[in-house]
Write a protein that binds this ligand. Structure first.
Ligand SMILES: NC(=O)c1ccc[n+]([C@@H]2O[C@H](COP(=O)([O-])OP(=O)(O)OC[C@H]3O[C@@H](n4cnc5c(N)ncnc54)[C@H](OP(=O)(O)O)[C@@H]3O)[C@@H](O)[C@H]2O)c1
Length: 242
């Protein structure tokens, strides 16, 4: 699928891996991130256009997406969080922040991009990010599981509403070695123990999720919409031998 792809959360592990992958196959990424210095460095590395925006500020987010241009081949919303706390310590603010960052930001980004995605020859594609925790229960995940389940609701609702012009899918990773997962992966013993819980016994890398996102943004995925696909070493569906 030729044409420009907006990558929101471009300075993150998955966002930057996806932007590099798109650039390598000759598809121009339009980079959106909140940290101007890191965003500028990535934009210079890839020779890609960029816009600074905090996804928690709807007007700025919409302006950044609109600045990407009147025709867009795709949009990947890679911003997100993994706030982990037991229910007794979760505040109203924790739930609202998780929802605003993971669900509302994604919905408003797609809304801002809708005219440009619909204008793409052959149609546009959206990729959102859920989590294994949306469908499999893990302690201390209430705020993020609820938010990511909301992302999965967006995938089917927007997939139906925006068809046939725009395809909408999501990637649902298990634990990957990226910035937001650092509290869980920094301790080597803990990381190894979690890795062994996966039938394919390692932790994920940003490239694992970026590879599926790039495929879902490509013409090869032209008859796929409304899907949430795991990139999880088999953890969500297979019993581990370990
Ligand atoms: N890593 C995992 O284990 C894992 C597991 C399940 C699901 N996921 C999901 O996968 C997606 C990609 O995450 P990742 O693994 O690549 O983590 P990451 O490397 O920490 O990237 C997260 C990105 O979100 C951006 N972000 C956070 N708050 C923002 C805000 N208010 N405005 C703009 N950008 C904001 C961060 O910006 P900065 O670069 O400025 O910090 C960063 O670029 C997320 O949706 C995440 O929830 C990840």
């Amino acid at each position: 699928m030729a044409g420009r792809v907006v990558v929101i959360g471009a300075t993150g592990g998955v966002g930057s891996a996806l932007a590099r992958r798109l650039a390598a196959r000759g598809q121009e990424p339009f980079l959106v991130g909140r940290d101007a210095a890191r965003l500028g460095a990535l934009a210079a590395e890839l020779g890609a256009p960029s816009a600074v925006a905090d996804v928690l500020e709807p007007a700025g987010l919409a302006a950044a997406v609109t600045a990407a241009g009147p025709v867009l081949a795709g949009l990947a919303y890679c911003a997100g969080s993994i706030p982990l706390k037991p229910l007794k310590r979760l505040t109203e603010q924790d739930f609202l922040e998780a929802w605003r960052l993971n669900v509302l930001g994604a919905a408003l980004a797609v809304q801002a991009a809708q005219p440009a995605l619909a204008a793409a020859p052959g149609g546009g594609a959206v990729v959102l990010f859920s989590s294994i925790a949306a469908r499999q229960g893990f302690a201390n995940h209430a705020a993020i599981a609820a938010a990511k389940a909301g992302v999965e609701g967006l995938v089917v609702a927007l997939g139906a509403e925006l068809a046939p012009a725009i395809r909408v899918n999501a990637v649902a990773p298990s634990l990957m070695r990226t910035g937001i997962a650092a509290p869980l992966t920094a301790n080597a013993a803990m990381a190894e123990a979690i890795a062994k819980l996966h039938p394919l016994p390692r932790l994920g890398m940003a490239e694992d999720a970026a590879g599926l996102a790039a495929f879902l943004l490509s013409e090869e995925a032209g008859w796929i919409s409304g899907q949430v696909i795991g990139v999880d070493g088999g953890r969500a569906t297979l019993r581990s031998k370990g």
